[in-house]
Ligand binder design. Structure first.
Ligand code: GDP
Ligand code: MN
Length: 390
């Protein structure tokens, strides 16, 4: 789960991490009031969307008067902000963060990511802040220091000092950076984060160590442990299909292929996607309807799959283990009647009561192609889609 920059900063402040503070605004007038309330001359208007690279796309603007603050907010609110991390059409800006303007002396990169190879959270720092870390990692890997964090012990003070030295900090700024790194690490571990990235971390002209940006992602499966964080979820920022799926406990992820997949079990769903690829097409989604899918779930799953314009055919691949194939067949038939399916539909059923299930599909009068195996099912659906497109 992702949250906005302003929420990330709120969370970090709880851990003693000094951030560029500000107020949220949903219209130009509020932005003007926020500017006045901050009280400084320099302020920054920052578009709040769940994507980075806003600066380059026109989503970060320095202002020096109330009028400029209102004008900048007016221009940003309602715009489709395009960055390298948004969809090509951009992301609608609904809120802006009006933040104190800081005089920057240095910009650094600091992030904690989960290093899956090491199986540990890892602190990464680089003196080349404000630039994308992915680019630095490829072009100048030696410019990044990586320190693995023991998840039970947390970041150690000597590691925080090493990070500070690597950035060339000394004296008072070095001293201030230690609680910054420690707080960031504590937040990451306590809140079940999957990413906590500060790009840039800045040293101001006054020698303050401040998080100018905050990008924090959480493990969605752990959100039951942090109800206050779960409340920060902004469904506007998420794929509407994935939001709908989460309401019905469907594990759904949009992909960019043309074959919609409805499968029970994550492993079987992965195998189904692979087999579709093997036969020359690409899956439009990952979908695991779970082991206890009901008729209602299956109907909703069909609706979600078919709401995607890229879907040119659907492959249902269900193994009736705990569930029986005849019950699944009834669900598929009811769903197919309920949701008008205009694209080829191939169903592969296997398991308990498979004979009854296949009979029900055959007798339904619906244009459903039954497949005897996963390989056959994938072959049938790819062929049907190609035939329709030819
Ligand atoms: P991103 O582009 O989405 O990553 O947004 P950031 O929050 O990182 O802001 C982009 C850039 O705007 C930063 O790298 C800074 O260079 C600049 N910026 C943001 N706030 C300030 C500020 O208070 N003062 C100055 N001088 N620059 C700022
Ligand atoms: Mn940034």
């Amino acid at each position: 789960m992702k949250i906005h920059e302003y929420q990330g900063k709120e969370v970090l402040e709880r851990y003693g991490v000094r951030t560029q503070r500000g107020l949220i605004a949903e219209n130009p007038q509020q932005a003007g009031e926020a500017y006045a309330q901050l009280g400084g001359e320099l302020a920054v208007i920052k578009a709040q969307i769940h994507a980075g690279g806003r600066g380059k796309g026109g989503g970060v603007k320095l202002v020096k008067s109330r009028q400029e603050a209102e004008d900048a907010a007016d221009a940003m609110l309602g715009m489709m902000l395009k960055t390298h991390q948004t969809a090509p059409e951009g992301q609608l800006v609904r809120k802006v963060f009006v933040a104190e303007g800081l005089d920057l002396a240095h910009e650094f990169y600091v992030g904690i990511v989960l290093d899956r190879a090491a199986g540990l959270p890892t602190l990464m720092v680089s003196a080349e802040g404000g630039v994308e870390i992915e680019t630095i990692a490829v072009e100048r890997p030696e410019a990044i220091l990586k320190l693995p964090i023991d998840p039970m012990m947390g970041l150690q003070p000597h590691q925080a000092r090493r990070a500070a030295f690597f950035l060339g900090l000394s004296g008072a700024t070095m001293k201030k950076s230690i609680p910054f790194f420690m707080g960031l690490s504590k937040a990451y571990l306590e809140l079940d984060c999957s990413l906590a990235e500060i790009n840039p971390l800045v040293i101001t002209e006054q020698g303050e160590v401040v998080a100018l940006d905050a990008k924090i992602n959480f493990d969605s499966n752990a959100m039951y442990r942090h109800p206050d964080i779960a409340e920060m979820r902004d469904e506007h920022e998420e794929d509407p299909k994935e939001v709908a799926a989460s309401r019905f406990d469907l594990n759904y992820i949009t992909l960019d292929g043309s074959i919609g997949c409805m499968v029970n079990g994550a492993g079987l769903a992965m195998a189904t996607m692979d087999t579709i690829q093997l036969h020359g097409a690409k899956p439009a989604n990952f979908l695991d309807v779970g082991g206890a899918a009901t008729e209602e779930n299956i109907t909703e799953a069909f609706k979600i799959i078919l709401s995607d314009d890229n879907v040119k055919g659907v492959l249902v691949n269900i193994f009736g283990g705990i569930m029986k194939c005849d019950i699944i067949a009834r669900g598929v038939i009811a769903a197919a009647r309920n949701v008008e399916i205009q694209v080829p539909l191939v169903v592969r059923l296997e398991g308990t009561n498979v004979k009854e299930g296949r009979e029900l599909l055959a007798e339904s009068g619906l244009a459903i192609t039954s497949a005897g195996s996963l390989d056959e099912g994938a072959r049938f659906i790819v062929k049907a889609v190609n035939a329709k497109e030819a």
